[in-house]
Design a protein around this ligand. Structure first.
Ligand SMILES: O=C(O)c1ccccc1NCC(=O)[C@H](O)[C@H](O)COP(=O)(O)O
Length: 230
């Protein structure tokens, strides 16, 4: 049975970390962008990371970081993966990931006029730039670097790319089935859709989202690929 990986992003409290782990999340995201309402300091992360159980990945999110900023987080607590959300070039991501000794995901903010070839060539360029490149996270292009709760047009995602991407941007329990059944991404990522307020997660929304994704996985396992509705 296909199992869509799930990342719950923007964790700021230990109770929310436990809620996400208990619900069955595969990865937790921690935001190190000071302007974000979900920002945690390396010191806060150090305490949160000690509560992570084995085999749950921790993803450290940055916007145009220096190597020193990334290394401070990697030293503070267990970081499985770096996620770049700013205007970093492939070379900058590669250099920081190499120095930090961590794989990385490149966030790509999809515009209405983004072509399939843009996404495919971006993935190719990053794969060529670094053995530490893990994949693309596709998010909506809005006036924020991330965490905006906005959906982009999923029909822009090339079918051959979908199984390798993290689908992000405005996901919720309401659109989780559509996302999994019609896009069939490797993973989904959610922040706003499981919050009671920015940075404060709602355990019931987390559990409902994970359950919806798992139910959709059961559908895709039993049925051929559906044409996308959006
Ligand atoms: O979440 C933030 O506040 C944030 C700030 C700056 C850069 C990235 C940020 N989040 C990145 C994520 O991976 C979010 O989960 C992703 O953008 C989806 O967010 P949402 O649309 O709210 O589910």
């Amino acid at each position: 049975m296909h199992r869509t990986r799930i990342k719950i992003c923007g964790i700021t409290r230990e109770q929310d970390l436990h809620a996400a782990v208990d619900a069955g999340a595969d990865a937790l995201g921690f935001v190190f962008y000071p302007k974000s309402p979900r920002y945690v300091t390396p010191e806060q992360f150090a305490l949160l990371a000690r509560a992570l159980p084995p085999y749950v990945s921790s993803v450290a999110l940055f916007v145009n970081p220096t190597l020193a900023e990334v290394e401070a987080v990697v030293r503070a607590g267990q970081v499985s993966l770096i996620q770049f959300h700013g205007d970093e070039t492939a070379g900058q991501c590669a250099a920081i990931a190499q120095q930090a000794g961590r794989p990385f995901v490149r966030a790509y903010r999809v515009k209405p006029d983004t072509a399939a070839s843009d996404l495919l060539s971006c993935e190719l360029a990053y794969r060529a730039a670094s053995p530490w490149f893990s994949g693309l996270l596709l998010d909506a292009y809005v006036d924020a670097y991330g965490g905006a709760g906005k959906v982009f047009d999923w029909s822009l995602i090339p079918k051959e790319l979908a199984p390798r991407v993290v689908l992000s941007g405005g996901l919720s329990v309401q659109n989780a089935t559509d996302a999994v059944v019609h896009v069939r991404p490797f993973a989904v990522d959610i922040s706003s859709g499981v919050e009671e307020s920015k940075g404060i997660k709602d355990a019931r929304k987390i559990a409902a989202f994970v359950a919806a994704v798992r139910a959709a996985d059961a559908i895709t396992t039993s049925e051929p690929h559906h044409e996308r509705s959006t």
